[in-house]
Design a protein around this ligand. Structure first.
Ligand code: BCR
Ligand code: FE2
Length: 315
């Protein structure tokens, strides 16, 4: 009996990966880039100018950020949101309709839309950590992530919000600056909670906090969004669609290129208006706000569906 148990134990432990190999690849990518950035700052070396940051934001969000939402149709299929060709067409139309409505609402009520965007984004990004914990804890982490830049770089965040939502944007930035200490405390709490079972998440939260404190807001967002959030969701999406690798890759390509083309056509159609960096900033963030709502509905619906089936959380 004892021998049988020992053999079982050894057979099981042979398959258990050593701790360091269980660290997700996106943690390593994000941590390395964050550390390099912090060292560059520590040495007093200059970061790219604001215009270059904005152009980089446009390009990298397009290449690395958009693909993580481009898997939404496959996620929706797994969650049973569509099954037939007609269902697929309906899903696409509903998705586009929501994007269009959100963008129109932004044009009608920019400040309310900015505030809603920040709240929804906080919940979405906060769910990258402590996935099995209460929603309020995840929301606080996301709120912290998006508010610390307003504490450390109030002028830059205020300027970005004004470009996105007019003068009222500055008020939003000052409220976030005022809530800054609470934002910092929320991130530390999230890091502490994650420490027990997922130490790598603690490291991610601490590094993201340090980046938000030390670097320009757009550089911080670029690193977090492209190197951590997007890579994590893309990896989970491809893992879940293991048998349809080719289809997933094709889907990601088509669904990434389409919004980029639409944005390109809209920009050409509108013609130059204000500075190029302001226009890129508006297109990137208002476009992301539009995509965020259906993206979040799909991801949240799938997580619920997965929980109902009692399978492990992937996104
Ligand atoms: C499916 C589909 C499609 C596609 C889709 C996609 C591609 C998606 C994506 C999605 C995504 C991609 C999402 C994203 C999200 C994002 C977010 C959510 C963000 C946020 C951000 C924020 C909130 C920020 C803030 C700020 C500022 C603004 C400034 C500075 C500072 C800070 C950073 C704080 C299409 C349409 C074609 C068609 C139909 C179907
Ligand atoms: Fe996302």
């Amino acid at each position: 009996m004892m021998i049988g148990q020992a053999a079982l134990f050894h057979a099981g432990s042979a398959r258990v990966k050593p701790r360091w190999r269980r660290v997700p690849v996106e943690t390593v990518v994000f941590a390395s880039l964050a550390l390099v950035t912090l060292v560059v700052l520590g040495l007093g070396l200059p970061l790219p100018s604001l215009t270059i940051q904005v152009v980089l934001l446009g390009v990298l969000v397009g290449i690395l950020g958009l693909p993580h939402g481009a898997l939404d149709p496959l996620i929706a299929r797994r969650a049973g949101l569509w099954r037939t060709r007609l269902g697929f067409a309906g899903f696409n139309m509903a998705y586009i309709l929501v994007v269009v409505v959100v963008v129109l609402l932004w044009l009608i009520a920019p400040v309310a839309s900015l505030v809603t965007f920040l709240l929804v984004s906080a919940l979405h990004f906060g769910s990258d950590w402590n996935a099995d914990r209460a929603p309020w804890l995840r929301f606080l982490a996301g709120f912290g992530l998006l508010s610390v830049p307003a504490l450390s770089h109030p002028a830059q965040v205020s300027a970005a919000y004004v470009v996105l939502a007019g003068d009222g944007g500055a008020v939003v930035a000052s409220v976030q600056e005022w809530l800054g200490p609470l934002a910092l405390a929320s991130l530390l709490l999230a890091a502490l909670v994650a420490l027990r079972h997922r130490a790598h998440e603690s490291i991610e939260i601490l590094l993201a906090t340090m980046l938000a404190l030390a670097t320009e807001p757009l550089v911080f967002f670029l690193l977090y969004f492209c190197a951590l959030h997007s890579v994590r969701h893309l990896k989970a999406g491809f893992q879940a669609e293991r048998d349809g690798g080719r289809l997933s890759a094709l889907m990601v390509m088509v669904y990434t290129v389409v919004p980029i083309l639409v944005v390109g056509v809209v920009l050409v159609w509108l013609g130059p208006d204000g500075s190029l960096s302001e226009q890129i900033l508006q297109v990137v963030f208002i476009g992301l706000a539009g995509l965020t709502v259906p993206h979040m509905i799909v991801v949240t619906y799938e997580n619920r569906h997965r929980r109902a089936l009692r399978a492990p959380d992937l996104s």
